[in-house]
Design a protein around this ligand. Structure first.
Ligand code: GDP
Ligand code: IMO
Ligand code: MG
Length: 429
């Protein structure tokens, strides 16, 4: 298979950035296809740490990078992230980075609405990144969005802006907020347009050409399957489809483009924001996982909730996302535990469940059924070959494979790029 699609198989932050960066050395082009700057992908190369929210992780290696039509793009954030990477010595230019002309824009009014809703929701809030992602996707589906290509036609924007502002002014009034300042918005758009437009391209054409020439395309998913708007723990989800099928629709290629679907799976579970989390450990175990795993959000700095590995959720996520193989990450964080627990099923109202029921209240009430496995006193940190892993760590991996019904292709043992064990090459399979 020429292409690889990387997706998160839990609630995000599985280590997609590290794996995409590692795989990018074998790819010709790296593509983001959904989400926006709600993502936070961390790459560690020697003493340099790169934190990417919107740009494909391929930019760090200078691999051709593409932001597909399925992404919602905050043009001011785009400019800032390019500047930040340049300040870190990364060469980012329209030669190496392309943005779909059809990407809907995230505007300040989307950020406002995201925050107003969250602040008004009290205990029911989703815990979004407050970056305007949901409201921007709503406007895309509502056919009110301003898109990248509109930046080249700002003098004609009047009627479109009327429709958009009529919608938002009504919502804002409901929150006791003043109408959108249209003059300020237009001035801001004019100011940012010159920066963004050189990157704007018909990326479907670029990617179609790459496919024709037999180039290897690496699709970089953001968030995770459990945050998918259809398959996730609704309503505590993001507003895009995070599964592999979106790689095609979100970049302008047909459904066979996805190739090998690599699900990124953390060796335990984390979640940031609200919503059900059956194996959450609000105790010493959770603290230990969070401390050893440095589980703080890349985007918001929030402490991530931590818990044991949930094989039920991962099996379900891999099934709905069509995953071919997994990369198991952060195995080293489990070093030193005497024993580990794996969730193998749920109990709810006296019944056994082998999947997560769809209703939010049931999801919050399921009791995990655990299997206890032996931990290891040796270290996996920094291991680059299977032979370096302690025997109980190998057993843990094999048991996970069995429970989720999917083979391990890669194992990650530290944040560092090269601390990765290759079991099965996704680009060769
Ligand atoms: P992403 O959103 O899926 O790209 O993941 P994040 O970058 O938000 O979070 C993953 C964190 O774990 C980052 O700080 C990575 O540097 C780090 N990380 C990735 N893989 C490993 C690993 O195998 N071991 C350890 N200890 N850290 C890792
Ligand atoms: P990466 O790509 C973890 C979560 C938010 C919130 C919910 C909705 O780094 O894995 P949104 O701002 O998207 O409307 O928030 O989704 N969320 C993430 N959690 N990793 C992410 O991205 C996330 N992107 C969004 O915390 O619960
Ligand atoms: Mg992240």
């Amino acid at each position: 298979m020429a292409n690889v699609t990387v997706i998160g198989a839990q609630w995000g932050d599985e280590g997609k950035g590290k794996i995409v960066d590692w795989l990018a050395s074998r790819a010709d082009v790296v593509v983001r296809f959904q989400g926006g700057h709600n993502a936070g992908h961390t790459l560690v190369v020697g003493d340099q740490v790169y934190k990417l929210s919107l740009l494909p992780s391929g930019v760090v290696r200078g691999t051709l990078s593409v932001i597909g039509n399925g992404v919602v793009l905050d043009p001011w954030h785009f400019r800032d992230e390019v500047a930040k990477l340049r300040a870190q010595g990364v060469n980012v230019s329209p030669e190496t980075l392309q943005v779909a002309e059809t990407c809907p824009l995230i505007l300040p009014l989307h950020r406002d609405l995201d925050a107003l809703r969250e602040d008004a929701s009290g205990a029911g809030k989703i815990g979004t990144t407050r970056r305007g992602i949901g409201p921007a996707y709503e406007d895309k589906a509502g056919r009110r969005a301003i898109r990248v290509c509109d930046l080249a036609h700002l003098d004609d924007l009047g009627p479109q802006l009327d429709r958009l502002c009529a919608h938002h002014d009504a919502l804002r009034a409901g929150f006791g907020q003043p109408p959108v300042d249209r003059d300020a918005l237009m001035a801001d758009l004019r100011e940012v347009a010159d920066f963004v437009l050189p990157y704007a391209k018909p990326v479907w054409l670029t990617l179609g050409g790459q496919r024709e020439w037999g180039k290897r395309i690496l699709f970089e998913g953001a968030q995770g399957v459990l945050l998918d708007v259809d398959h996730g723990t609704y309503p505590f989800v993001t507003s895009s489809n995070t599964v592999s099928g979106t790689a095609a629709s979100g970049s302008g290629l047909g459904p066979s483009a996805a190739g090998f679907v690599l699900g990124i799976v953390k060796a335990y579970t984390t979640r940031v924001g609200s919503g059900p989390f059956p194996t959450e450990q609000d105790n010493d175990v959770g603290e230990r996982l969070g401390t050893r795993g440095h589980e703080f959000g890349t985007v918001t700095g929030r402490k991530r909730r931590c818990g044991w590995f949930d094989a039920v959720l991962v099996r379900q996520a891999l099934a709905v996302a069509g995953v071919t193989g997994i990369a198991l990450t952060k195995l080293d964080v489990l070093d030193g535990f005497d024993e580990l627990k794996i969730c193998t099923g749920y109990r709810l109202n006296g019944k056994n469940y082998g999947y997560l029921p769809p209703h939010a209240r049931d999801q919050a009430s399921v009791e995990p059924v655990y299997e206890t496995v032996e931990g290891w006193s040796g270290s996996t940190a920094g291991a680059r070959s299977w032979a370096e892993l302690p025997a109980p760590a190998v057993k843990y991996i094999r048991r996970i494979e069995e429970l989720i019904g999917c083979p391990v292709a890669l194992v990650s043992t530290s944040p560092e790029r090269e601390d990765t064990i290759l079991v099965r090459d996704p680009f060769r399979d």
